[in-house]
Write a protein that binds this ligand. Sequence first.
Ligand SMILES: *Cc1c(COP(=O)(O)O)cnc(C)c1O
Length: 227
Amino acid sequence: MDAALADRLAAVDARITEAARGAGRDPAEITRIVVTKFHPVSLITDLYALGVRDIGENRQQEITAKRREREQLADLRWHFIGQAQTNKARAVRAASDVVHSVDRPRIADALHAAASGDVLDVLLQVNLTDDAGRGGVSPAGVEGLAAHVRELDTLRVRGVMAVAPLDEEPARAFERLRGCADAVRRVVPDATWISAGMTGDFPEAIAMGATHLRIGSAITGPRPPRD
Ligand SMILES: *Cc1c(COP(=O)(O)O)cnc(C)c1O
């Protein structure tokens, strides 16, 4: 195994602990998801050996293939963090323990229709940019989306997810996300999860109250080019 991987993971975890303590929070209430997109599946085995149990992927084909190849690691939790397409909803659902990217009623309906008895944890993805073409429901629309998804009994709304815009202070953007999380809790009171914080901004996300961090390159090293 790449010894540097263990060092990078330990360094990130130390920064998470420090940021949590600085914010008066218990680090144990924060879930660190390692984003392994574009990396070979052997990386997941190495991370597992280091104690990682939460894995994030953003493409349906990749999460499906990797999960199938690592079926024996039965206590891994697989987080789907990419744009979900309605025609891939069945495969996304089958490969995911949590879907972070429900951003419109149609994808929620498709995930619901693909159910086979179990309940799927979902987060409502919020678009914090001014560009309506980006993934995510607008902050103004998040409460209505929560009300829609609440009625689908095979989906459990756990909270919100967002990516901070590139052209804004992450702390400011995350303040808006916290407002969205409050709005969702007016509709679904136990939806307490906030998925925010990546390599470049996870300390700010922790300060704002993030419960789930999605950290890639700070732990994995640079991503190989997309195929
Ligand atoms: C790739 C990705 C991440 C991780 O990004 P890093 O900057 O490498 O930490 C987090 N969230 C989403 C939605 C991603 O696509």
